[in-house]
Design a protein around this ligand. Sequence first.
Ligand code: KIV
Length: 294
Amino acid sequence: MADSSAPASTTPYGTLPPASNPAERKPLSLPRLAGMQARGEKIAMLTAYDATFAAMADAAGVECLLVGDSLGMVCQGQSSTVGVSLDAMRYHTECVARGLQRVQGTAWIVADLPFGSYHQSREQALASATVLMQAGAHMVKLEGGGWTTETVRFLVERGIPVCAHLGLTPQTVFALGGYRVQARETESAERLRADALALQAAGAAMVVLEMVPASLASRLTGELERCATIGIGAGRGTAGQVLVMHDMLGINLGRNPKFVRNFMEGAGGVAEAMRAYVAAVKDGSFPDDSLHAW
Ligand code: KIV
């Protein structure tokens, strides 16, 4: 825990309050994340794709940086994540990791395994995950339940921390029929719950829950004691929250999803907007009940 009586620090991104002083913080690790979950301390995650924004987010107190395959849309101008290559993920993961090194950042880097890089076999998943871990990731994320469970177990047994991703899984947007709320009905909610429990049993230490009803996300957060739930458009009851950085800065090329808050509104700049995001996740004021996907 940062010492609030410690002096503020000056960085290229302005003068940071003591709680954001990297020198006051310890690097994130799986045991520290598990401790946060156990204490009910909210986890702030944000996407990052390059060195500068990664360093800024770290300085603002973001604990987990997600090198998301959303970079296909926000960096490459694609219309979905399906076209993102493993090589692109490696490149952006290296950029983020170098940015953190430059400022002695403490954030935990999660990198997305892109579409097609883990679907053929567990061995293919291991080879792809190795590329991202060697690029600087601390954890890899893959989408879906069911068939992915054995892949998760295979990676975890080989020392690779894994984050799962359930609900709206953007890599399968064409099969899902669009970006829409998932698991609304009892049957699909039960299926998602069973997937989440199986993924936890296989060793997933984190699960992103995207665009699912808040009641389901809250229930799962209570049930998954060894797997931290990170919500996006899933209400306020999860162990942490994640947003695409361009969405929370109000600079994406399309229309913001309705569960997003534009943190640039009222902020003096990007660093302040990121600090406001972290503060709002931590004190539970983001998301409020009006910001949801359904
Ligand atoms: O790629 C990404 O940014 C993501 C988030 C939407 C969770 O997976």
